[in-house]
Design a protein around this ligand. Structure first.
Ligand code: SF4
Length: 268
């Protein structure tokens, strides 16, 4: 009989981390993996090292044979974006699928009981996704409890206002998050900006943010506008959500987080 493998893919985000902690004593032969694009925040790597120590088991780092800088050359400087996510496919999904091969896999996905999203990791028929947080009724508050009680806590980037794990230049960032990246890790912002290309020729301009290239976004007057707009929206959203639960407020749960894009393997 074929052995079924159990795999939990960590992204460096709070939900997949909490799931790993939650499953630690439930599935002994769990394989913990992390698809590393080589462009993640250093603090994500450090966070995962702490998680690994808690799990008492090696997290297997999966790296694509060729990294982001190789593929950006192949694509002639064409940056990935919400409608062309070659990065997720080549740097996250492919290494995962190569790792699992054709084995029968149960893949543990950290979608919470209070989320409506449908999980997607891979379309390979040998990979069956399961959602333990849904089965056990674990919601946002439950995830926070798991992280707190383990001593692992939240991913460090949440403290400076980044809402997602994944590459430091991820195009899913909102403008305010780009500003925070600039203020927290200016060199990474510069590195992200260096990938952008402005060109008069149609179809040859590549920017991370559709509304504003980073060379514009970094200007003090634009930073001021972005911050002011963000603050106004934040206040408005809070006013419209008077019943936000205390645990969400205390944890700094923002509406940006609630509107997460469905990039599960990168950002769960
Ligand atoms: S984190 Fe963002 S940029 Fe990185 S692979 Fe995922 S979608 Fe692409």
């Amino acid at each position: 009989m074929k052995t079924v493998r159990h795999i939990l893919s960590l992204s460096g985000g709070k939900d997949s981390t909490a799931l790993a902690l939650f499953m630690r004593d439930k599935v002994k032969d769990m394989e913990y993996v992390f698809c590393d694009t080589g462009k993640e925040l250093n603090e994500t790597y450090e966070y995962l090292n702490r998680v690994e120590a808690y799990l008492g088991k090696k997290i297997i780092w999966l790296n694509a044979e060729a990294g982001f800088d190789h593929w950006i050359d192949v694509f002639g400087g064409y940056l990935p974006g919400p409608n062309s996510r070659w990065c997720t496919k080549l740097l996250k999904l492919k290494p995962f699928e190569d790792y699992v091969k054709d084995d029968e896999i149960v893949s543990y996905v950290g979608i919470r009981a209070d989320e409506d999203r449908v999980g997607y990791i891979s379309t390979k028929p040998n990979i069956k996704a399961v959602f333990p947080f849904k089965d056990y009724g674990i919601d946002y508050a439950g995830v926070m409890k798991i992280l707190e009680e383990s001593g692992i806590g939240l991913p460090p980037y949440l403290k400076w206002g980044r809402t997602h794990s994944g590459c430091f230049f991820c195009f899913f960032q909102k403008q305010i998050e780009w500003v925070r990246l600039l203020e927290t890790y200016p060199k990474m912002f510069d590195e992200a900006a260096a990938y952008e290309k402005q060109n008069d020729e149609p179809g040859k301009t590549f920017t991370w943010n559709q509304d504003m290239p980073l060379c514009e976004l970094r200007k003090p007057e634009n930073i001021a506008k972005i911050k002011s707009r963000y603050e106004q929206n934040r206040v408005r959203r809070m006013e419209n959500r008077p019943n936000k639960r205390l645990v969400e407020v205390l944890a700094g749960m923002t509406d940006i987080e609630e509107e997460r894009p469905a990039c599960l393997i990168c950002q769960l």
